[in-house]
Design a protein around this ligand. Structure first.
Ligand code: NAD
Length: 481
C-alpha cells in the first residue's frame, strides 16, 4: 500500500512533520494483524491545522470569496481525483474497519464524489443575496455567507462517506476545514489528502489531523474554529454539545440510534430480505440508523422469528476483502468485546438466542461475531434500549399497531427506522407516527437530496439535502429603505 504510507499531517497544502512522537497502531479487522503505525496529532499539530484553515478562510481573495462557479470547478477536480482512487479507498477502509468490500466499493468509493458534485451544483444554483419585500413595503437583502472554519470530527464506521456529509457542503458554501479522522481509520484519510493535493482546492482549505478523543476535544474548543460538525456516539456528542453551548459555537451532532423496524401483519418479509438486510444489518451492524429493534406482530411472531433466524444463518460471514462477504468482522477488538458483552446481558435478562451468539466456528482470528437473533425480548431489556453496534437483532412482540408505534417511540433515540407491509400507504401512515429523523417503507435507503439527522438523543441539526448546505451558511439581513 505505497499510496497510504504514513507521511505526517496534511496541513496547508503539504505534509507537515508531527509535533509529537505519539503514534497510532492500525490493525486489520479481519485478521487482527498489525498494519502499520501512523502519527497521532497533538495540540501543536491541531494549532497548525486550524491556523492554516483560518488563514485560508480569512484571505480577502481566498476560497470564501470565490464565486460558487469557481468553487465548483475546484470541487469537481477533487471529485475526479477521488473517483480515480475509489478502489484504493474502499480497500483501505475495509482492511481497517471490516466493512464488507461490496459495501465500501459503493459508499466509501463512490458517495464522496457524488456528494461533492451535488453540493457544488446546489451552491451554484443558490443566489448569494436574495431580495425580499419587507413588512413595511421596503426591501430586505438576505445575504448568505460561509460560516467559517469548520472542525469536522468523524467516526470509523463510514469514515469517508461521513467526512463528505460535512466536507462536500462546507466546501460548496465557502468554508474551510480541519478534519479529525478516527484513530481506527487513518489510511483512507491519506488517500483523501492525496486527492486534495492533485485537485485545484487551494492550500489550507482542507487540513487533516488524525487522533483520538483528546485531539478531538482540543479541536472542538479551539479559538480559531467557528463551527463544529460531529458524527459519533451520543456520549461524545453530549460532551461536544456542552463545550459548544458554553462557547455559543454552532454545532451539528449526528449521534447514536436504536431504531425500530416495524413489521406489519400483512408484510411479505421473505420477499424483502435484501432490503431488510440493508435496513438492519448493513456494515456488520455498525451503522447508526439500523432498525435493530425488530417489532413483530404477536399473530405472526413465531413465523417472523423463524424467517429472521434462517436469514441470519444464511449470511456469508468472512474476510471483509472477500467480494462474497455479507457480514465482516467488527471494527476493533474492543467493539467485539462490547458486542459480546451485550449478548451476555441479553441472555441474562431473559432473551432467547435463536441463532449466533458467539464467534463463528470457522473464523478463529479477527473481530468476528456471528449474526445473532434474540427472541422473547421486551423493550425494557438492555439490548432493546442501548445501541449494540453489531450484527444483533432483537425481536420484540406487539399486539396492535398502536402498541407497535408506542414501542418504537419508547426509546432515548430517534434516528432511523422502517415499516414493512404489503400496503405502502398503510406503511406511510405508520411511518408518520414514529418519532425519528428518517424512516423507510419496505426499505431504508439514505437519500442525499433529503435531510438526515436525529431527534432526541440521536442528534441536533441535519446533514444532506439543501438543509445540509444551510448548516454551513450565516445569514445577514440588510434592510433597505
Ligand atoms: P465516538 O464518539 O467514540 O468517536 C467518534 C469520533 O469522535 C472519533 O473521531 C473520536 O476520536 C472523536 N471523539 C470521541 N470523543 C470525543 C470528544 N469528547 N470530543 C471530541 N471528539 C471526540 O464514536 P465511534 O465509536 O467512533 O462511532 C460509533 C458511534 O457513532 C455510534 O454511536 C454510532 O451510532 C455513531 N454514528 C452516528 C451516525 C449518525 O449520522 N447519526 C453515523 C455513524 C455513526
Amino acid at each position: 500500500m505505497t499510496e497510504t504510507e504514513p507521511k505526517g499531517f496534511w496541513i496547508d497544502g503539504g505534509w507537515a512533520a508531527p509535533a509529537t512522537s505519539e503514534r497510532i497502531q492500525l490493525i486489520e479487522a479481519s485478521t487482527g494483524d498489525p498494519i502499520t503505525t501512523v502519527p497521532a496529532a497533538g495540540p501543536a499539530d491541531v494549532d497548525a491545522a486550524v491556523g492554516a484553515a483560518r488563514r485560508a478562510f480569512d484571505d480577502p481573495t481566498g476560497w470564501a470569496h470565490w464565486t460558487a462557479e469557481q468553487r465548483r470547478a475546484a470541487i469537481t477536480s477533487l471529485a475526479d481525483a477521488l473517483t480515480s482512487r475509489g478502489e484504493a479507498i474502499a480497500k483501505a477502509v475495509s482492511t481497517q474497519n471490516g466493512m464488507p468490500i461490496s459495501i465500501s466499493s459503493v459508499t466509501e468509493a463512490v458517495m464522496p464524489a457524488m456528494l461533492l458534485n451535488y453540493y457544488a451544483e446546489l451552491a451554484e444554483q443558490q443566489p448569494v443575496e436574495e431580495k425580499r419585500t419587507s413588512f413595511t413595503g421596503g426591501t430586505t437583502l438576505v445575504r448568505r455567507t460561509p460560516v467559517g472554519v469548520v472542525a469536522a470530527i468523524v467516526p470509523w464506521n463510514f469514515p469517508q462517506t461521513l467526512t463528505f456529509f460535512k466536507l462536500a457542503p462546507l466546501l460548496a458554501a465557502g468554508c474551510t476545514a480541519v478534519i479529525k479522522p478516527s484513530p481506527e481509520t487513518v489510511l483512507d484519510s491519506y488517500l483523501l489528502a492525496e486527492a486534495i493535493e492533485e485537485s485545484d482546492i487551494p492550500a489550507g482549505v482542507v487540513n487533516i489531523v488524525p487522533g483520538g478523543r483528546e485531539t478531538g476535544a482540543y479541536l472542538v474548543e479551539h479559538p480559531g474554529v467557528d463551527k463544529v460538525a460531529f458524527t459519533g456516539s451520543t456520549a461524545a456528542g453530549r460532551a461536544i454539545g456542552e463545550a459548544c453551548g458554553r462557547l455559543i459555537r454552532p454545532v451539528t451532532l449526528e449521534l447514536g440510534g436504536k431504531s425500530a423496524s416495524i413489521i406489519l401483519d400483512d408484510a411479505d418479509l421473505p420477499a424483502l430480505l435484501e432490503q431488510f438486510f440493508a435496513a438492519t444489518l448493513m456494515n456488520n451492524g455498525q451503522t447508526c440508523y439500523l432498525g435493530t429493534r425488530v417489532l413483530a406482530p404477536r399473530s405472526r411472531y413465531a413465523e417472523t422469528v423463524d424467517i429472521l433466524t434462517d436469514f441470519a444463518r444464511s449470511l456469508k460471514v468472512g474476510n471483509a476483502l472477500d467480494a462474497a462477504t455479507q457480514i465482516g468482522p467488527l471494527a476493533t477488538e474492543n467493539q467485539q468485546r462490547r458486542v459480546q458483552g451485550y449478548i451476555e446481558k441479553g441472555r441474562a435478562e431473559g432473551g432467547r438466542i435463536t441463532t449466533g451468539g458467539g464467534r463463528p466456528a470457522d473464523l478463529d482470528r479477527g473481530w468476528f461475531v456471528e449474526p445473532t437473533v434474540f427472541a422473547d425480548v421486551a423493550n425494557s431489556h438492555t439490548i432493546a434500549r442501548e445501541e449494540i453496534f453489531g450484527p444483533v437483532l432483537t425481536v420484540i412482540p406487539y399486539t396492535d399497531v398502536d402498541e407497535a408505534v408506542a414501542i418504537a417511540n419508547d426509546s432515548e433515540f430517534g434516528l432511523g427506522g422502517s415499516v414493512w407491509t404489503s400496503d405502502p400507504e398503510r406503511g406511510v401512515q405508520v411511518a408518520r407516527r414514529v418519532q425519528t429523523g428518517s424512516i423507510g417503507v419496505n426499505n431504508y435507503t439514505l437519500d442525499f437530496r433529503s435531510p438526515f439527522g436525529g431527534v432526541k438523543a440521536s442528534g441536533l441539526g441535519r446533514e444532506l439535502g439543501p438543509e445540509g448546505l444551510a448548516a454551513y451558511q450565516q445569514l445577514t439581513s440588510i434592510f433597505l429603505a
